[in-house]
Design a binder for this molecule. Structure first.
Ligand code: FES
Ligand SMILES: [Fe+2]
Length: 457
C-alpha cells in the first residue's frame, strides 16, 4: 500500500473521498446513558452534549418535548460555540446575542435585531437527522436533503431493552486500524493470552473467560485455554452478502475435535463476535476525526435478560466520565508491567479488561498507522479483503453509486442476525454442529420470533 492509498482510506473529514463514503451510514454519536440523569446528574437541568464525529463539531440536545436536536456547533450569527448555549424548553439559545434555534435548526428569535426584523426567516442552522436504537443515538451526516439509508435489522437492534446493553470508549487513533483488529482472528491467541485459566464462575460479561459451547473429553474448556494452546488457526472467510463477510476460525484440537469461532465483518466499521454462549457483541468503530475513534459495543443476550448494572460497572472501571476517556493510554504506557508479562499474561497490561490490550495494539501504531511499512501474511487475508472492498467503495461513491451496506428499507429488513459462536465441534462435522447450535440458541431466545430465527439460517 502506498502513502496516497493509506491517506485515501483513513481520512474522513468533510470533503474527503472516504468521508463521503462514511456519510452513507448512520453514525453513533452518544449513549442514551449519557443523557440519563441517574448516571449523569448534570443532564437533569441541561440535557446537552458537544459531540464530534467524522471531523465535524456538533451539539446534541433534547428539548422539553423530548425531541432530539443535532446542530452544527458554531452559531450561524458570528460563530460562537452553541455547546455553551442556554437550554430552553423549545430550543437552544446562543449566549452571545441571544439567537435561538429549534431542534430542527429553525431560527426562532434574533432579539437584538429589534421588533419587526425578518432576519430569522433567512437563517437556518444545519440540523442532522437523529434516531435512537438499542440505547444509542445515531446521526445521519449525509448531504443535506439526502435520504438516509436504513439500519439493518441486526439482532442488536431487534432485542428488547432488557436483553441489550451499550457502552463506548475513546481511542486515540484512526478508526480503520481499530476496526482492523476486529477482523484479525489470529491476534486473540497472542495479544489476549493468559498464562493461567481462571475458574469459569467469574466469567460473566468478560471476553474469553467463559467456556466455549461443547466439551473436550467431558471437560468444559475456557476460551483462554483454547486460544493459548492452539495459536495457528485456519481462517476462512466468505461473503454472505455485499459488505458482509463471515469469518470462520478453526483451531484443530485433535483428530476428533475442532474449535470453531464464527464472527462477522459488516462494512464499513462493524464487527459481530461472541462474548459468551448466550451473549453477542456488535462493535462499531466510529471516526471522531482522523486521529480518534469511539468504539460502541452493543451486547445482546439470547438467554437471560442482561445484568446491565454489572456490565456497566465492569466497564466504568476503565474510563472516566463524562467523555468515556480510558484511564490507560500512551501517557502511562497502557499500564504495562514487565513482571506480569513474564509470569501471567503475554502482553503485560492487565487481566481484568482485555479492551486495554486492543487499545494498545491500535494506539501504539501511531495515530494513523503507516501502512507503507507493514508486511501482511496469510493470517491477514481478511484485512486485505476489507481494504480492497474499501477502496472499491470509495470509487463507487466517487462515481455517484451506492456503496455496500447503504441499505434500502427492504434490503435492511433482510439483513438479520448475524450468527456468532465459540464451540468445540466434531472435526468431521463442524459446520453442521455449529449451525445447529446457533439455531438452538435462536430458538431459545424469548424475544426472537420463529420466522426471524428461520430467516437468518
Ligand atoms: S454569535 Fe450567536 S447569537 Fe451572535
Ligand atoms: Fe482483541
Amino acid at each position: 500500500m502506498n502513502a496516497e492509498q493509506n491517506a485515501l482510506i483513513t481520512r474522513i473529514g468533510p470533503g474527503t473521498a472516504c468521508g463521503a463514503l462514511m456519510r452513507h451510514y448512520w453514525q453513533p454519536v452518544a449513549l442514551l446513558d449519557e443523557f440519563d440523569a441517574r448516571l449523569a446528574p448534570e443532564m437533569a437541568q441541561r440535557p446537552l452534549k458537544a459531540v464530534r464525529v467524522l471531523g465535524q463539531d456538533l451539539v446534541l440536545f433534547r428539548d422539553a418535548a423530548g425531541q432530539w436536536g443535532l446542530l452544527d456547533r458554531d452559531c450561524p450569527h458570528r460563530g460562537a460555540d452553541l455547546a455553551f448555549g442556554r437550554h430552553e424548553a423549545d430550543g437552544l439559545r446562543c449566549p452571545f446575542h441571544g439567537w435561538k434555534f429549534a431542534a430542527d435548526g429553525r431560527c426562532l428569535e434574533t432579539p437584538a435585531e429589534g421588533r419587526g426584523s425578518t432576519l430569522c426567516q433567512r437563517v437556518r442552522q444545519r440540523s442532522y437527522p437523529v434516531q435512537v436504537k438499542a440505547g444509542v443515538v445515531f446521526a445521519w451526516l449525509g448531504d443535506e436533503g439526502s435520504t438516509p439509508s436504513a439500519l439493518p435489522q441486526l439482532d442488536c437492534f431487534t432485542a428488547p431493552a432488557s436483553h441489550s446493553f451499550a457502552f463506548k470508549g475513546l481511542w486515540h487513533c484512526n478508526w480503520l486500524q481499530a476496526f482492523e483488529v476486529g477482523i484479525d482472528p489470529a491476534h486473540a491467541s497472542f495479544l489476549h493470552r493468559f498464562l493461567q485459566d481462571e475458574s469459569l464462575d467469574g466469567a460473566y460479561g468478560r471476553q474469553f473467560r467463559g467456556a466455549s459451547f461443547g466439551e473436550v473429553e467431558g471437560e468444559r474448556w475456557p476460551m483462554t485455554r483454547v486460544l493459548r494452546e492452539f495459536d495457528s488457526p485456519e481462517i476462512r472467510h466468505q461473503a454472505l452478502a455485499e459488505g458482509w463477510i463471515r469469518l470462520t476460525t478453526l483451531r484443530h484440537i485433535n483428530e476428533a475435535l475442532t474449535h470453531v469461532r464464527v464472527t462477522n465483518a459488516l462494512f464499513p466499521s462493524t464487527f459481530v463476535i461472541p462474548l459468551s454462549e448466550s451473549i453477542t457483541i456488535t462493535q462499531m468503530h466510529v471516526p471522531v476525526d482522523d486521529e480518534h475513534n469511539h468504539w460502541y459495543s452493543f451486547f445482546t443476550s439470547f438467554g437471560e435478560p442482561l445484568d446491565k448494572e454489572t456490565m456497566r460497572q465492569q466497564r466504568l472501571q476503565g474510563v472516566s466520565l463524562p467523555d468515556y476517556v480510558p484511564f490507560k493510554g500512551r501517557h502511562n504506557q497502557w499500564g504495562f508491567n514487565a513482571e506480569e508479562q513474564r509470569t501471567r499474561t503475554y502482553l503485560g497490561m492487565g487481566e481484568s479488561d482485555i479492551n486495554v490490550h486492543d487499545q494498545w495494539a491500535c494506539e501504539s501504531m501511531g495515530a494513523i498507522q503507516d501502512r507503507t511499512r507493514e508486511h501482511l501474511g496469510t493470517s491477514d487475508k481478511v484485512i486485505m479483503a476489507n481494504r480492497r472492498q474499501l477502496l472499491q467503495a470509495i470509487e463507487t461513491v466517487r462515481q455517484g453509486g451506492v456503496p455496500p451496506m447503504a441499505l434500502s428499507a427492504e434490503q435492511a429488513a433482510r439483513l438479520t442476525g448475524p450468527d456468532t459462536i465459540d464451540c468445540v465441534a466434531p472435526a468431521q462435522a463442524w459446520e453442521a454442529f455449529w449451525t445447529e447450535a446457533v439455531a438452538a440458541k435462536r430458538a431459545g431466545a424469548a424475544w426472537l420470533d420463529s420466522t426471524a430465527a428461520e430467516a437468518t439460517r
